[in-house]
Design a protein around this ligand. Sequence first.
Ligand code: CMX
Ligand code: CO
Length: 140
Amino acid sequence: MTTATPPGLFTEIDHVAFAVNDLEAAIAYYRDVYGATVDHREVVESDGVEEALLKVAESYIQLLTPTRPDSPVAKYLEKRGEGIHHIGYRVADCGVALAAVKAAGGRVLDEAPRPGSRGTTVAFIHPKTTFGTLVELVQE
Ligand code: CMX
Ligand code: CO
């Protein structure tokens, strides 16, 4: 008799996010060197970021730059410099995934799912409880 493996919470990698000082320069670099083009641009005031999403197959590269000094991305650039800021994992239901993280003792940064960019529903998990990487749960 075989035991069915329960389905995982992550359905796909939604995006890999990079903190950059100069959004236009980063967009030009990805276009000129890799031929990657912007699929969507947005200012997310609640997060204090301007972002560009470059589509790669079914996932995105998310280039992020701060719009104000108290933005989480401004703090990141100041402290750690440019680099990978977070990973967005696509999930079928953000509320269900967030509840699973909480049940496992994870330190969540959002008590409930909230709006993200591109019309998504998201929740963040603190990097100190995810082996060092800020995690975003993304429901399309
Ligand atoms: N990745 C990994 N480690 C990070 C980090 C990141 N992105 N940001 C901060 N840290 C580390 C710091 O280096 C620091 O480590 P040490 O204590 O070892 O020095 C620690 O986490 C700081 O933790 P903190 O004081 O609790 O938090 P900060 O004020 O530095 O803020 C964080 C960090 C993750 C809580 C904050 O950035 C946050 O709430 N992020 C969620 C929202 C967000 O990032 N929005 C922008 C993206 C929006 C989008 O994707 O569209
Ligand atoms: Co993101």
